[in-house]
Design a protein around this ligand. Structure first.
Ligand SMILES: [Zn+2]
Length: 303
């Protein structure tokens, strides 16, 4: 499954605790794909993903239990995918939902952004689920949210940046794109949106990639022998990082935990040097043995 799809799937399952944040997230879905139709007699929010549609429906049902809702699906023109619509029926209930979306607590900015940081995070999550994507970090660092509505783009841009990040804006094929290209900032945004599994995956790939880059720079001016030592060190680090992505390292048997920690703290040390750091000291083959044990554990976990 694509990294982006997996991240969205995780976010689609989050229902905020606070009512204010539920309304905030719903208002993002409305800003991107919502319409007050038939002269105000019903309210539609569209989405191409059934999973996200279900979330929109659940948010509406939790917030406005009295509202009558309907789910409609139709094939998108010229495209194979479906469009799902959550419809709030009757003028009274459509107006009730609309009023709630429009009358949240705002800051005095242009365009207006939500006053509470908790709500801004929920808004950005809704925006990302509406029209967002994230590239597999193994390829490149890129997260974006696009829309053809400039007010909505500015609102997303301002909301993200008010949370301490530096998103940028560009225009592509009639759409306005709000994007982040910095790995650390993408991690922070994933955290703010609540995508903790995606964050963990992103981080472990990022750490390895950074290390490979560092090592490649080193290897270029080292001998073949050193090269081999470093290749082994990378492999060992990879194994430890993989295990760490699945369980706390401290759950390992103490001897394996010791060597795993030493490897992480001394990425370029040789086996002999690592052996001198253990308590009590170990021979090179003793260190090697422990790494073989770690490799077995990582294989069991699916490496
Ligand atoms: Zn809130």
């Amino acid at each position: 499954m694509r990294f982006s799809t997996r991240t969205k799937r995780e976010l689609a399952h989050i229902i905020p605790e606070n009512r204010c944040c539920c309304i905030a997230e719903l208002s993002a879905f409305y800003d991107f794909n919502g319409y007050l139709m038939g002269n105000g007699s019903y309210l539609d929010i569209n989405h191409s993903s059934p999973l996200v549609t279900r979330k929109i429906l659940n948010l509406i049902k939790d917030l406005f239990p009295q509202a009558h809702t309907q789910i409609l699906t139709k094939r998108a023109q010229l495209r194979k995918d479906q469009i799902c619509t959550v419809r709030v029926l009757t003028r009274e209930h459509a107006q009730l939902v609309y009023e709630n979306l429009m009358h949240q607590k705002y800051l005095d900015t242009t365009p207006r952004i939500l006053a509470d940081p908790c709500c801004r995070r929920a808004y950005v999550r809704g925006a990302f689920l509406s029209h967002g994507s994230i590239t597999n970090p193994a390829k490149t660092y890129h997260l974006e949210i696009f829309t053809d509505k400039s007010q909505v783009a500015s609102k997303v841009h301002l909301s993200i940046n008010s949370l301490g990040l530096e998103s940028k804006i560009t225009v592509r094929k009639g759409n306005i794109i709000v994007y982040l290209k910095n790995g650390e900032q993408i991690v922070t945004l994933l955290n703010l949106m609540g995508a903790h599994h995606a964050l963990l995956k992103f981080e472990s790939i990022r750490v390895l990639k950074d290390m490979r880059n560092q090592v490649n720079r080193l290897v270029n001016c080292e001998t073949a022998n050193v090269d081999k030592t470093i290749q082994a060190a990378i492999r060992q680090t990879e194994i430890v990082k993989f295990i760490e992505a699945h369980m706390p390292l401290s759950n390992l048997p103490p001897k394996l935990y010791e060597i795993a920690r030493l490897r992480i703290d001394n990425p370029y040390a040789t086996l002999k040097e690592l052996g001198e750091m253990t308590r009590p000291p170990l021979s090179k083959s003793g260190v090697n043995y422990r790494f073989n044990q770690l490799a077995k554990i990582s294989e069991k976990l699916g490496l």
